[in-house]
Design a binder for this molecule. Structure first.
Ligand SMILES: Nc1nc2c(c(=O)[nH]1)N[C@H]1C(S)=C(S)[C@@H](COP(=O)(O)OP(=O)(O)OC[C@H]3O[C@@H](n4cnc5c(=O)[nH]c(N)nc54)[C@H](O)[C@@H]3O)O[C@H]1N2
Ligand SMILES: Nc1nc2c(c(=O)[nH]1)N[C@H]1C(S)=C(S)[C@@H](COP(=O)(O)OP(=O)(O)OC[C@H]3O[C@@H](n4cnc5c(=O)[nH]c(N)nc54)[C@H](O)[C@@H]3O)O[C@H]1N2
Ligand code: SF4
Ligand SMILES: [Mo]
Length: 916
């Protein structure tokens, strides 16, 4: 018999379970610990830095003790001078000093012992000369296009420009980054299509403090998961009485702090949001002025020869609207933040909806608003209720409350990579937010200070063809530039484009490993390694790889990377890391980087998602414990090894980042002569200090003095930035049209390029895409079959070796099955005769992948769903504390991708549980 999951309000939820107490302790103003003393001891001092444990980039104040001539880090805390996270940081952030002092840390370069196999973790300690020489010998004969460079999330956040400069210097067209396929890019391409962001992690933040209604859908990390810089804002909002509604199949940390928790059926959140969008449009719960003035909702569309909606454009590709005053069709500038002026400069007030049967020059036209409303016709609240398990009345209530709130926020969501429909889900969420005009206003989504500056700079340099791309592009225009550079055979002297583009063009579009926009993903890597690709009639192989700060052995579906890294065609595997992550075991040569607490960064950065514009950098807190390298110096050295000279790297840095090469070289040489370690990084740093100081009208010494004393250099407050440069009210968004794009030009362009007129994945408007966890089956689920879900555990980042740090191991063990077990509902567990801690074999019913797990019996998860925290299961024995704790998520997750950007569908299946 089909069962119905009872909807639970917080009240009935608290009545039925013991979570009341949990909720209360979790939501206490002090649940994030205040770290560090107010004043350093006389013999101690503070150093300032940026946390390196998650993409929240919290500002750090580090207490360093100086005793008997030795410096030691005593405590990591938040920087009270920073308006990002203030004096608060989370448990992971606090455990960071273990990276410096861990006995398991990689202390010297390592070279794989002759005769051993990759994966066996058989290394000998080597000197730097030996390590570089090893790479020089092994890379002989490997062509530039046969290299692939892979950067992890921190590379993606801080070192994108340098990573691109390096690949350009060695003429390698192939770059992978972990967050794209595994995380944000997948889901957020949907958000990006609306507002033009490239949400790595720093572009927008929700202004919880000024919001009266917060809706969270497939997300936990922003609040409970935890992102401290967002959680502190959320805590203030709670104190002010905000209403919080959470959709999650299990009671997450965020649900524990919510007013209402809806245990939605996994994979059906899109259905919920489509019904919500329909309700809001139907009842007029939107900001009409905003939609008319700053979105493409009033643009005219028609059905084209493929029976698909298409913008009605002038010969100059200008969009058309109906002017309210004249009732006539008027063309607007193709690119602008406003619709209130025609292409000839006349005042216009567009109509949001076209009159019935409107025709222009014999063509039937409607507005984007009309077309979207028509498309939403089938997605009623009753339809959504049947799919999601959330009652139609509740869906209507949430739509009404959200639609009529003053400053509602739907949390945009963070990682994607769960279902093929998550991109559309995130897109519809952005539409719901924009419908209320909640973009870049207090109480809505606000752009980060640094990102806003980058967009401003991009618009200022728009007509300058000589502007260095990495110093003048932001948001999606940067993505288009990088994707085009990779796919263009003309980008490099050798004429090879990226293997990702070759794979796409040599693979049938209906193949399960085809993606239209494989931007920095691994889609196609196995074809390249296994010799399945050709270019100009010759095999196109990948023979060497450099992995930096990433752990794909655990962070991507198991098996894929093991096979590729041990493939006979793979001649050289270089890994840069600080800890012996599982991936390190597969290296030929390991290059240890200095930890973030021991290094001065090559640049000054913006302060993450802080809506205020503040500058920040890392200062070395203690002298390096070992003679290790910093990424940028490693790139310079590798360029020298692979091209015979460091020159191409200097040139790339000049051409792409605009940093003058002659001075950079001279400073590097000066530093080297003085015996300064990482001389190139320090030269970059000095030049960045000079450039930033010049921009601020102060000296580099002054900038350094302020940063040393306060850890932060305030540039401008959010209010002032929003008032002058709010997007799109004052300044164009980085979308193709400059407006908020309800009709997506991004998907429209991909749809046309690949002729995918019928695919809902490429729809220009919001539409339904079912998550298909049980393809072809309509049979009821068996007693031992469940949907599978996962999430970030508050004490571990991804599946990174920080789960080896003793304080975090201690918390994980203390929490027991809650953290390291597989959550199974009590009734279902009883039916299967399972008890807390029992070992089960979990089988993915679509791929037959198997993993063992200990079960955690709970009522805080849907009856038809199991849940696993995703940060455990490391297998490298060199991680003596964390190894083997919990279950590795990636043993279960399949290598299924969606066809737009190749994002993983890591929950689109069901599992069977049986006693192990
Ligand atoms: N199993 C599992 N898979 C996941 C996730 C998960 O939670 N669990 N999360 C997904 C998401 S959202 C993302 S963004 C990706 C992230 O995937 P990755 O980018 O691979 O992130 P991590 O697992 O944190 O691995 C980072 C590696 O960098 C190393 N490292 C830390 N500091 C430094 C440093 O200063 N220098 C260098 N060179 N290395 C350093 C760490 O020791 C670690 O081995 O994973 C995705 N996949
Ligand atoms: N502690 C910690 N914090 C982190 C990270 C970390 O590794 N550890 N990594 C950082 C990074 S890079 C990222 S990308 C973010 C990720 O941050 P989020 O995207 O917020 O991811 P999770 O924290 O995994 O939260 C996902 C939530 O969605 C729920 N869920 C699963 N399936 C469904 C479904 O079908 N429908 C609904 N409605 N809910 C579902 C899960 O139960 C879980 O509570 O976290 C960042 N912060
Ligand atoms: S939320 Fe925690 S781990 Fe993430 S940056 Fe902040 S302190 Fe570091
Ligand atoms: Mo992520």
């Amino acid at each position: 018999m089909a069962w119905q999951f009872p909807k639970m309000t917080r009240r009935s939820f608290l009545k039925n379970t013991s979570l009341g107490a949990v909720g209360a302790t979790l939501y206490h103003p002090n649940w994030i610990q205040i770290a560090g003393p107010d004043k350093a001891d006389p013999a101690d001092h503070f150093a300032y830095s940026i946390c390196n444990y998650c993409s929240s980039f919290c500002s750090l104040r580090i207490t360093v003790s100086e005793r008997k001539g030795k410096s030691r880090i005593m405590k990591l805390g938040g920087n009270p001078n920073s308006t990002l996270n203030g004096d608060k940081i989370c448990a992971r952030g606090q455990s960071g000093l273990r990276q410096v002092y861990s006995a398991n840390r990689i202390k010297t370069p390592l070279i794989r012992v002759a005769g051993s196999k990759r994966g066996e973790m058989q290394f000998r300690a080597a000197t730097w000369e030996e390590a570089w020489d090893y790479i020089a010998q092994k890379s002989k004969g490997i062509q530039p296009w046969e290299w692939t460079v892979y950067g992890g999330w921190s590379t993606c956040s801080f070192y994108v420009p340098h990573t691109i400069c390096f690949t350009s210097a060695i003429q390698c067209p192939n770059l992978i980054t972990s967050p794209t396929q595994n995380c944000v890019f997948d889901g957020h391409l949907g958000t990006n299509s609306m507002i033009g962001n490239f949400v790595v992690h720093g572009e927008n933040i929700e202004d919880y403090e000024n919001s009266d209604y917060i809706l969270s859908i497939i997300g936990n990390a922003c609040i409970g998961g935890v992102s401290t810089c967002r959680a502190v804002r959320f805590a203030t909002a709670k104190e002010k009485g905000v209403k919080v509604v959470v959709l999650d199949p299990r009671a997450s940390e965020t649900a524990a702090k919510a007013d209402e928790w809806y245990a939605v059926k996994p994979g059906t959140d899109l259905d919920f949001t489509l019904a919500m969008l329909r309700e809001m449009m139907h009842h007029g719960w939107y900001e009409e002025d905003f939609l008319i003035s700053h979105s493409n909702m009033p643009f005219l569309v028609r059905k084209n020869a493929h029976n698909a909606w298409e913008l009605y454009l002038s010969a100059k590709k200008e969009p058309a609207v109906i002017d309210q005053h004249s009732g006539q069709v008027v063309f607007l500038p193709a690119f602008s933040n406003s619709n209130l002026q025609s292409n000839s400069g006349a005042a216009v007030k567009p109509q949001l909806r076209a009159p019935a049967d409107f025709q222009h020059q014999g063509e039937k036209l409607v507005t984007v608003f009309d077309a979207q409303f028509l498309e939403l016709e089938p997605y009623t609240t009753e339809w959504a209720a049947a799919n999601t398990g959330i009652a139609a009345d509740d869906i209507r209530k949430i739509a009404r409350e959200f639609g009529t709130a003053k400053s509602p926020i739907v949390i945009p969501g963070w990682s994607g990579a769960r279902y093929g429909n998550i991109q559309m889900l995130r897109r519809v969420q952005a539409m719901i937010q924009a419908l209320k005009g909640g973009l870049d206003v207090p109480g809505g989504w606000i752009f980060g200070g640094e990102y806003r500056d980058e967009v401003r700079n991009m618009w200022a340099q728009k007509d300058n063809p000589k502007a260095p791309p990495l110093a003048s592009l932001a948001g999606m225009p940067f993505v288009y530039w990088a994707a085009n550079a990779a796919a263009n055979p003309g980008s490099h002297d050798h004429g090879y484009p990226a293997w990702a583009a070759v794979h796409r063009d040599q693979t049938p579009k209906d193949s399960p490993d085809w993606a239209a926009f494989p931007f920095t993903t691994e889609v196609g890597l196995d074809s390249a390694i296994k010799g399945k690709l050709t270019w100009k009639g010759k095999p196109y192989l990948c023979k060497a790889i450099l992995l930096n700060g990433t752990n794909p052995l655990r962070d991507a579906p198991e098996g894929f990377w093991e096979e590729l890294l041990t493939h006979p065609n793979m001649d050289l595997v270089v890994v840069m890391d600080v800890m012996p992550a599982d991936t390190v075991a597969y290296a030929d040569v390991v290059l240890p980087e200095l930890t973030y607490l021991e290094r001065d960064e090559p640049a000054i950065y913006g302060n993450g998602v802080n809506p205020d514009n503040m500058l920040i950098t890392r200062y070395q807190a203690v002298p390096p414990a070992y003679d290790n390298v910093i990424l940028t110096d490693a790139f310079l050295k590798l360029t020298e090894i692979l091209t015979g000279s460091p020159e191409p790297y200097y040139q790339s840095v000049e051409n792409l980042m605009g940093i003058p090469a002659p001075r950079l070289k001279a400073l590097t040489e000066e530093n080297r002569a003085k015996g300064i370690k990482n001389p190139f990084t320090m030269a970059l740093r000095q030049m960045d200090f000079e450039a930033k100081a010049k921009g601020l009208g102060i000296t580099a010494q002054k900038l350094d003095a302020v940063l040393r004393e306060k850890g932060i250099y305030p540039v401008a407050k959010a209010e002032e930035l929003i008032a002058n440069y709010g997007m799109p009210r004052k300044m164009a968004l980085p979308t193709p049209s400059g407006r908020a794009e309800f009709y997506s030009n991004l998907y429209g362009q991909l749809r046309e390029q690949f002729g995918l007129w019928d695919s809902p994945y490429f729809s220009v408007l919001a539409t339904h895409i079912p998550a298909d966890c049980r393809p072809g089956s309509k049979a009821p689920m068996a007693d031992d079959e469940f949907y599978f879900t996962f999430g970030m555990v508050p004490v571990v980042s991804h599946c990174s070796p920080n789960n080896d740090f003793q304080p975090l191991v201690g918390i994980s063990k203390f929490r027991g099955g809650i953290y390291t077990g597989l959550w199974v509902h009590a009734q279902r567990a009883a039916k299967l005769g399972l008890r807390e801690g029992d070992k089960v074999l979990v089988t993915n019913l679509l791929t037959q992948q198997k993993a063992e797990a200990a079960i955690h019996v709970t009522r805080l998860v849907r009856e038809d769903t199991v849940f696993l925290y995703s940060g455990y299961g490391d297998q490298n024995p060199a991680l003596t504390h964390g190894m083997g704790m919990g279950t590795a998520l990636n043993k279960i997750t399949p290598n299924f991708i969606e066809p737009v950007s190749g994002g993983f569908r890591s929950q689109e299946f069901t599992v069977r549980l049986e006693r192990a």
